[in-house]
Ligand binder design. Sequence first.
Ligand SMILES: C[S@@+](CC[C@H](N)C(=O)[O-])C[C@H]1O[C@@H](n2cnc3c(N)ncnc32)[C@H](O)[C@@H]1O
Length: 278
Amino acid sequence: MVNEIKSSKLSNQYFWKENFETFENEEALKYHYGVTQYPFNFSLYDKLVEKIIDPILSEKKQLQILDAGGGTGKWSVYFAKKGHQVTLIDVAEPMLKVAREVVEKEKLLNKIVIEKGDIVHLSYKDQSYEFVFSDRNPISHCGQKENSYQSIRELYRVLRKDGIIFGCVLNRMRKVAQLAMELDLDRALQLTKEGDLQRGQNDFSHYYLADELKAILLDTGFTDIKIYPTTVFTEFIPNAWLLDEIPLEKLLKLELLARERPDLISYGVRFHFIARKD
Ligand SMILES: C[S@@+](CC[C@H](N)C(=O)[O-])C[C@H]1O[C@@H](n2cnc3c(N)ncnc32)[C@H](O)[C@@H]1O
């Protein structure tokens, strides 16, 4: 089953909340095993995330971690295997179902608590976690601008003093470029304004400008903010998913170089960020 999943291809319209909630089990499993419209989920993309988070995780201390919008549990398992204590929350039952199976299979039930929850309204007490982690856009997918901003405030609230957040949001202008390439010009123009894009019937995602992201993080109270474009070059490769041989090491070097260049920040498909709560 896993091999079948790994060698199949997921339709390219799955990246928003309504779909996660209506995923069939097989789609959630495909997601877990990195079968997406973009390549490199396990190789290049994960390495780019690890470069940012490993210094935080490798301190000797065992951390209390919130995996916010943790999906099928890929990163929760990564944290737990490094000895940390994790709470995974997600709104989508199909994702949680796979997460429960994965955590049981990995024998990590004593390290990972899995709960259904909404990052816009967290039920946890103030300052419950030392590291809040939210990868692959839950902060963007949780609604229009105000909801998305509220999720950032909630993640700040549950973070302890001196705690670190790692987050990931979608980049507005890269999406505008994509819509323009598809000649979907009305939506491209509309997205430039407020940054909200309707994806399903009652489903919106908020796309950020780099300056906007910095401003909301500062306004919420975060300090030491670093924003990284991820990825700049990879998704420009035509049919990259279908190519068997990709020079991964070189591409990784290119993506890491892109992170060092402020003039490339708006080219990232998404923004990864880290910041601290004073
Ligand atoms: C692209 S997946 C990422 C999953 C996981 N973080 C990962 O990196 O594999 C986005 C996840 O965000 C979840 N999500 C969307 N809106 C949410 C909300 N308001 N509260 C909690 N989770 C949400 C979706 O259900 C989905 O599992």
